[in-house]
Design a protein around this ligand. Sequence first.
Ligand SMILES: [Mn+2]
Length: 489
Amino acid sequence: MSTNPSASPRTAFRRFSVAMGFGSTSKAEVKPESSASAAATPSSIAKYLVDSKAAFLKDAEAAGNEKKWTVVLGNEAGDLDSVASSIAYAWFLSEVEKKPAVPLIQIARDDFVLRAENVYALGLAGIHNPSDELLTTSDIEGKPSFPSSSFFLVDQNRLASQFTGTVIGIIDHHQDEGLYKDTCTVREIVLCGSCSSLVSLALPPQMPAELATLLLTAIVIDTGGFKVGGKATDEDRQGTKLIPLTTLSEPTDVPFAPDALHEVAFIKKLNKDLQHRKSDLSHLGGWDLLRRDYKEYTHSLPWMEGQPTIKVGLATVPVALKVWGKKGKLEKDSVAWMKHRGLTVLGVLTTFTDEKKKKEKDKKGKKDDVKGKGKDKGKGDHKREMAWIILQPEGENAPTIDVPALASRLWAGLEESKELSPQPHKKFNLKKNGKLPSNAKGKVYNQGNASATRKVVAPLVKTILEGAPAASPPSAETEPQKEAATAKL
Ligand SMILES: [Mn+2]
């Protein structure tokens, strides 16, 4: 891939690249000076974000401002790519094109803590208090009006159903659904590793250093540091153009050959720092672990007296029970979460690597490598556990539940499943701790089949709870409760 921007096949962006003189080595060489002056400026991005958020929320207090703003919207996962892309393109619309624009991060204000890699990357970009500085879904809840009817989508190409308005532009790296062709003035959808790569190509190199840094962190995390044979495409490798603009590289790091980015020292370090934070959840307590990857279901129990309808929660937790749930912590946090969500049943599904087994395997794997058999080294040490708790739900309208009958039905159904093949957990016992209410039931299993995810558990639970024997047909109470929809994270 040539570093000459005029050779770029991305014609929609070529004019920017050409006009701004992206990507020459001489530019990289003058970098220390330019980045020093940029770093001295008190985080212009943070200031832009704080100002635009305040102005947007002020306009949300009264009707009549609907046409004023363009909301730049990343996808609902709220991952670093969506966060970086939406901030960068909103800055561009606002500060370069002079149209009022604000990025809306589709997570709750308190949920930044769940994604440590985002907090770290935002910090590198001078955004140190993201829950204050960024507009989140918590900020717009219950506002009298939504002062925007125009949307610019990044890292997705379909407007979610809770928003109404015109999609005026898309920059995305997902499969093109072919929508909004008549209303988009920019419509750049290219399959590549990171949407942030496409956004970076759309921005002038006069962008603040912090913004270049933020986009580069997203490209690095999405491509595993431009890993050879990984997700990075030529579009992503054009990320080299960002490097001279960032606050991260050293003068000794230049020049950068697009094909050798994975070998550049600061890229390697940045990738390691980001991936480590992404996988390290040790700063999270039980409450956060339970809610960060959580789904909720409503089931009727046609076989129980009164045919009650109950809520069941399934939390996928990527940390072993013994790490975070000992000494009654699992019970305490689970009961608190169940009361908060009005649950009758909670399933805590852990997925983790058994480090002891992994070490043994790796040792063995090394030997195998010599014989050329080490390819599946590390497999087999992946484990899953299931902890189940059943409670009588609280509240005026809560149905009366026969907790022991529900427990024996659920345990029997789970234990019969060949797909899960659960074994009672020998090292984790709920009853001893005494942290569950006296009328509660609970059981902990090791999952014999460690490849069965929530996608397997959820339909099985539905069958166990809703299935026969039903003497009479299920009643109209099977209608799902509306609140369930708000539970997604
Ligand atoms: Mn993405």
